[in-house]
Structure formats: C-alpha cells, structure tokens
Design a protein around this ligand. Structure first.
Ligand SMILES: [Mg+2]
Length: 179
C-alpha cells in the first residue's frame, strides 16, 4: 500500500463500525478532521447520522480530538458545542498537531487512528507518523478551491476503490442536521 493510500475507506463516518472497525482492532482514540468529515463545507452543519455516531462512539469508550487546518472561530465553537478537544491551525500533514492532539487525550500512536476526508492532509499526516488512516468521502462536493484541485489527484490515487460497509444498515438516519 502506498504512502498516500488510506488503510480503510468509508463513504461517511457513520459507516465505520464502532466495534468491528475501531475497538476490536485496538483503536480507542480517534484524531478527527472537521471540514467535510463531520461538518458540511456548504451549510456548516453536522449531519444527523454523524452526530449520533459520535455520541454512540463516546458511549462505547472512544475518545476524540478534532485536528483541523481551519483557523476560523467557527471551528472552536463547533468543538465547544460537541464538547470535544481541538487542535486547530494544524498545518496537516505535518506531525506536530497530531502529536499535540494525542497528548491532549492521553493517546499513543498504536491505539489511535486518523479519520478525515483528504489524502494529502489526513492520510499522509497519519502515515508520516506511522499511524493508520481511515479516509471518508467528503460530506459535500463544495470545498476550498485548492482542495477541489487536490480532489482530481485523489481520484487518481483511489482509482476504482469503493467505500466499505455500503449497503449495511446504517446505524441512524442520514437525513437532517444534528448541530
Ligand atoms: Mg477535511
């Protein structure tokens, strides 16, 4: 598997099976991207299924730290509303923010996975540190211009690879907003 290829690929966060895809593999901590991973880029909302998945995962004992390259106030407000720690202005894929996030939640590389929607920030950043990376399809098509340019490159890397767990009953409704 190349450096840029994600270890796992899912269409959205709620398709990651909390027990089978995380806890059973020894992952008790998740470093979670924000934009287009849990928050839509267009309407700035957390979809209902994503919000409920987060609640369920935390009930199951997983801990999270948001790691975002975003530097706007809104990203801190979101962390506050979700009661999650955050490292913003992260400059992913560089390692310092991931390391700071793990320190915040008492995690180590071996029991932590990075989850996000971009190969060159989330996936490459995880792999720089020898960590596993789960890629999600972006929540919506809209994104920053430089991110959209990178999407073409991502399509090239991902080729025909299809997301996992599609067709399994999703734990909660995907429609509507959570936050
Ligand atoms: Mg993102």
């Amino acid at each position: 598997m190349s450096f840029l290829e994600p270890d796992r690929y899912f269409s959205r966060l709620s398709h990651v099976d909390i027990d089978r895809d995380l806890l059973a593999l020894g992952y008790h901590h998740v470093l979670l991207d924000v934009d287009n991973t849990i928050l839509t880029r267009d309407t700035h909302e957390v979809p209902r299924d994503v919000g409920f998945w987060l609640a369920k995962a935390r009930d199951a004992g997983l801990t999270f730290c948001l790691v975002s390259n975003n530097w706007h106030e809104g990203v801190y407000q979101l962390a506050n509303r979700l009661s999650l720690p955050i490292v913003a202005k992260a400059v992913k894929p560089l390692p310092p923010a991931f390391l700071a996030a793990m320190r915040k939640i008492g995690a180590v590389r071996a029991n932590t996975v990075v989850v996000g929607d971009q190969l060159v920030t989330d996936v490459m950043g995880a792999h720089f540190l020898g960590m596993k990376a789960y890629l999600l399809a972006p929540l919506v098509e809209q994104d920053l211009r430089h991110t959209l340019l990178l999407r073409n490159f991502e399509r090239l890397v991902m080729g025909e690879r299809q997301p996992e767990n599609v067709g399994e009953s999703v734990q909660t409704q995907e429609e509507g907003r959570f936050l």
